[in-house]
Design a protein around this ligand. Structure first.
Ligand code: HEM
Length: 509
């Protein structure tokens, strides 16, 4: 009977029925999400509570940090804000410990599991225990500042010399320079060098090699939308055939797809070399590719072939654009602030240290730390106001097992199975922690606060993440920042032509 009824309907009746069905289902879901969901009692915009499409749209419009900050103005800093059907934003730095240090919450949300960043790796591994094992295999002393200074600093110095030489050429030709592009080329070279020993030539050739940076930046829009839009994530990206239309492929001749293909090639070449040379194989200063091949789980097992390849690409994904943004925005703040006031102070500090013969060329990391506190404060203040990774780094409160009870976060009880997050852009503008004038770029605040105050402010930062998933490359990023920013101040007279607003698309090579 039902079949014959359907056959009697014309196609536009069927489309109409489907449409009505779809709208009704969406309406029921909206009512349920807004009024009958376990998070209904938390404040937040109804359109964000109704559907995850809202936060996906906001991310796609690239206004998420400002939107989140706006919400704290409307709903206050003292309460978690519902920013998606199943997600709460905690605006205060005091929530960091409860969310990111408690092993009970060490489970990343679906946002990480889209596949948009390739096969699972450290950053995208959701399960806390699986992550612990992987991090134990891949982390270690090679990421400590002592090791980095001994093994990488002189090689970073070579890249700084090349960078200064290229910039000097441009200055002598009196060409306008887009600083954020130049430092992005530098940061990308450092990451390709750390990963594969030889830099890929971004600085040497003054271009975005294989469109790597441009493709990453374009991909971020997709990553943002896919991570936030639950329906798309669950129904499109889980289908291999459909996902293929959206995700990079190893057949691509540029961008992330090219990077995957390179990782594959480099792993195979290095393994062949190791096999050919047997016990005679030795690298005096191993690169990250080698760490991935040498990494062992607690059981003694090596990484799988897919894991090796996924992790070789990870550093470039995680550390090139982020550090580039940090370098670019620090220089922009220094140049743009108060008609050159900050630049003048930075230069005066630099000249005093020079006169006393305290600085090598290029400046050593330790020298910058010791003798250039104001420039250091400029870096910290830029990372505070313009954190390069402002994503929603959400965790899940357990919904099953012995810990699946309401969890206390920053004094508020949160139902099991809730996605909980903070946001660097918001917590790092906390009105109490960063008083006075938390929105102003004022490097002096780091020096005025004294050691104790500065340590407290530091502990309230979320720029590199917090807890067992904290950024693995934090010390490399800091080394780049503390060496390059003063070097630029030292070597160039700069005049700001255009402050710019956000990261640009680079010219592909
Ligand atoms: C200023 C530059 C950087 C910023 C702001 C930054 C930020 C972050 C943040 C916020 C996380 C944690 C995200 C989370 O909780 O899910 C993270 C993780 C990570 N970062 Fe960075 N990062 C920077 C530079 C780098 C560099 C240079 C490298 C590589 C040398 C790197 C490698 C990683 C890795 C491998 C992870 C995953 C760690 C794990 O889950 O165990 N990052 N980064």
């Amino acid at each position: 009977m039902a079949v014959s009824l359907i056959l009697d309907l014309s196609w536009y009746h069927l489309v109409g029925l489907l449409f009505v069905g779809f709208i009704s289902a969406a309406a029921v879901r909206t009512v349920r999400n807004v009024y009958f969901h376990p998070l209904s009692k938390f404040p937040g915009p109804w359109c964000a509570a109704a559907t995850s499409l809202t936060s996906a749209f906001i991310s796609w419009r690239r206004v998420e940090p400002e939107w989140l900050l706006g919400l704290t103005k409307k709903y206050g800093m003292d309460t978690p804000i519902r920013i998606a059907p199943s997600m709460l934003l905690f605006p205060r730095p005091s929530a960091l410990k409860d969310i990111y240090w408690d092993p009970v919450c060490n489970f990343k949300t679906e946002l990480y599991g889209t596949g948009a960043l390739g096969p699972p790796q450290l950053f995208t591994t959701r399960d806390g225990e699986v992550h612990r094992r992987l991090r134990k295999a891949l982390g270690g002393t090679q990421w400590s500042i002592g090791y980095l200074k001994n093994n990488w600093e002189s090689r970073i110095d070579d890249q700084i010399r090349l960078f200064v030489e290229k910039m000097t050429d441009l200055a002598e030709r009196k060409e306008d320079v887009v600083l954020c592009d130049k430092v992005a080329e530098f940061a990308a070279d450092i990451m390709t060098m750390v990963s594969f020993t030889e830099p890929w030539g971004f600085v040497q050739n003054s271009r975005d090699e294989r469109g790597l940076l441009a493709s990453w930046r374009e991909g971020l829009d997709f990553f943002g939308v896919a991570g936030r839009w639950q329906w798309f994530r669950r129904h499109i990206l889980t289908n291999d055939w459909l996902a293929g239309y959206f995700l990079p492929s190893g057949d691509d001749r540029s961008g992330m797809g090219y990077l995957y293909a390179q990782a594959d090639r480099q792993v195979s070449l290095r393994e062949a070399k190791m096999e050919a040379e047997g016990k005679g194989f030795y690298m005096e200063r191993p690169d990250y590719l080698q760490y991935c091949l040498d990494a062992r789980y607690e059981s003694g097992a090596p990484l799988t072939p897919v894991e090796k390849r996924a992790h070789v690409t990870l550093l470039i994904q995680a550390g090139a654009d982020t550090t580039a943004t940090a370098l670019g925005s620090t220089l922009r703040f220094i140049l743009a602030q108060d008609g050159g006031r900050v630049l003048a102070k930075a230069r005066a500090e630099m000249e005093a240290a020079e006169r006393e013969g305290k600085l090598s060329d290029p400046i050593a990391y330790e020298e910058a730390r010791r003798h250039l506190p104001y420039i250091g404060a400029c870096i910290k203040e830029a990372l505070r106001l313009n954190p390069p990774a402002t994503n929603l780094f959400a965790r899940l409160t357990p919904s099953s097992g012995p810990n699946s009870k309401a969890k206390l976060i920053d004094g508020v009880l949160v139902p099991p199975g809730t996605e909980v997050t903070t946001n660097a852009y918001v917590v790092q503008r906390d009105p109490d922690m960063y008083a006075p004038d938390p929105k102003a770029y004022r490097p002096e605040r780091w020096l005025e606060a004294g050691d104790k105050g500065a340590m407290e402010m530091e502990a309230s930062q979320f720029v590199f993440g917090v807890g067992p998933r904290v950024c693995l490359g934090k010390e490399i990023a800091n080394m780049e920042l503390w060496k390059v920013v003063p070097q630029v101040v030292r070597c160039f007279d700069m005049e700001l032509l255009e402050a710019g607003t956000e990261a640009r698309k680079l010219r592909p090579g």
